[in-house]
Design a protein around this ligand. Structure first.
Ligand SMILES: Nc1nc2c(ncn2[C@@H]2O[C@H](COP(=O)(O)OP(=O)(O)OP(=O)(O)O)[C@@H](O)[C@H]2O)c(=O)[nH]1
Length: 318
């Protein structure tokens, strides 16, 4: 819902070449309680101002020397990034109303001003504008929720799969390599059992931060769920780089964690699958890394294993 306070806090730009009109509208808006009102008498400056300030409403005079309101609207359509041009035109010519509406104006105000009507139109238009913004925020938040793990904020499996596909396509095009690192914490259940689930959550968040800090920005650190994390290492110049990265990751995770005033120790086991040696598709690479992780767990934990060689003939025949 949009509250009256939201509407009064919206940002407004007045564009009119006549100072008397600017002052009248400014005064009327301030008296009505609007707190963010700016103005310009130069129509050429509107686009740059809007780009910098993202106004919720632009009150635009249609008749101005040098550049009329119709030209300003054309320019605004080009510089508006989210596709909504929030213009309310001001005109003394009844014949211009329809042309203004078909040129992109959301509504119009007739001169001479009927102040009650002006206030009502501004209020209504701002309400629609803010609802539109709210809808955009909701859909962005939903999109983010669908692609991220709520506990750590890391990409989830769905986003990871997309990023791995891109990294593979990139490696294929550049005849370079990339790798998948599959991690599972060792004995994590014990933290939950001894310190409680909240402490377990805190540890998972600290692990996520350390993983992000250990790799490069172009790599993808994701949480699949529980104590399982997968890192997509993209644009590796050599397969050995994956081994250097895994050693760095294992060492970063093995440093003590301070949770609820206690020093907690935790280690991780890791399996690595390297493109194209251990798979040329996301699914096979993930499977190879998962199998290698199983080997790392089986042979003592707090270590890593590289996948066994990918058997292309067997895969093609299976
Ligand atoms: N705190 C917390 N615990 C979780 C979450 N999701 C899963 N778990 C717990 O994580 C534990 C994962 O256990 P496992 O990986 O099977 O066991 P482990 O103790 O790490 O054993 P190994 O992997 O063999 O070393 C289980 O006890 C789950 O209940 C979560 O979001 N928060």
């Amino acid at each position: 819902m949009i509250s009256a306070a939201d509407i009064l806090a919206a940002s407004i730009l007045i564009v009119d070449d006549k100072e008397a009109n600017v002052l009248l509208l400014e005064q009327m808006l301030r008296e009505a309680g609007y707190s963010r009102v700016a103005s310009t008498m130069d129509p050429h400056s509107v686009c740059a101002l809007h780009r910098d300030h993202h106004y919720d409403l632009i009150l635009l005079d249609l008749q101005m020397p040098g550049m009329d309101g119709f030209q300003v609207m054309e320019n605004l359509k080009e510089c508006e990034i989210d596709g909504y041009v929030p213009v309310l035109v001001i005109t003394a010519q009844p014949g211009h109303k329809l042309r203004a509406l078909t040129s992109g104006a959301r509504d119009f105000i007739a001169k001479p001003f009927d102040l009650i009507e002006v206030k009502t139109r501004i209020h209504n238009m701002l309400e629609v504008r803010l609802l539109y913004k709210q809808l955009e925020d909701y859909s962005r938040a939903l999109e983010s929720l669908a692609l991220h793990d709520p506990l750590t904020g890391l990409p989830n499996r769905r986003l990871l799969m997309d990023r791995l596909s891109l990294a593979i396509a990139h490696a294929h095009r550049n005849q370079s390599t990339m790798a998948v690192m599959y991690l599972d914490l060792d004995g994590f259940k014990l933290i939950n059992d001894t310190l409680g689930h909240d402490a377990g959550d805190t540890l998972l968040q600290m692990v996520a931060d350390r993983l992000v800090a250990a790799v490069r920005q172009e790599d993808t650190v994701s949480r699949l769920g529980g104590d399982e994390f997968v890192i997509g290492l993209s644009e590796l110049s050599h397969a050995d780089d994956a081994v250097n990265m895994v050693l760095k990751v294992i060492q970063a995770l093995a440093q003590p964690y301070n949770i609820q005033g206690r020093n907690v120790s935790m280690t991780a086991s890791v399996g690595i699958g390297i493109y194209p040696t251990h798979g040329v598709e996301v699914e096979t690479l993930m499977k190879s890394a998962d199998t290698a992780l199983y080997e790392a767990k089986r042979t003592g934990k707090n270590t890593y294993r590289i996948a066994a060689h990918f058997d292309r003939v067997a895969m093609a025949g299976s």
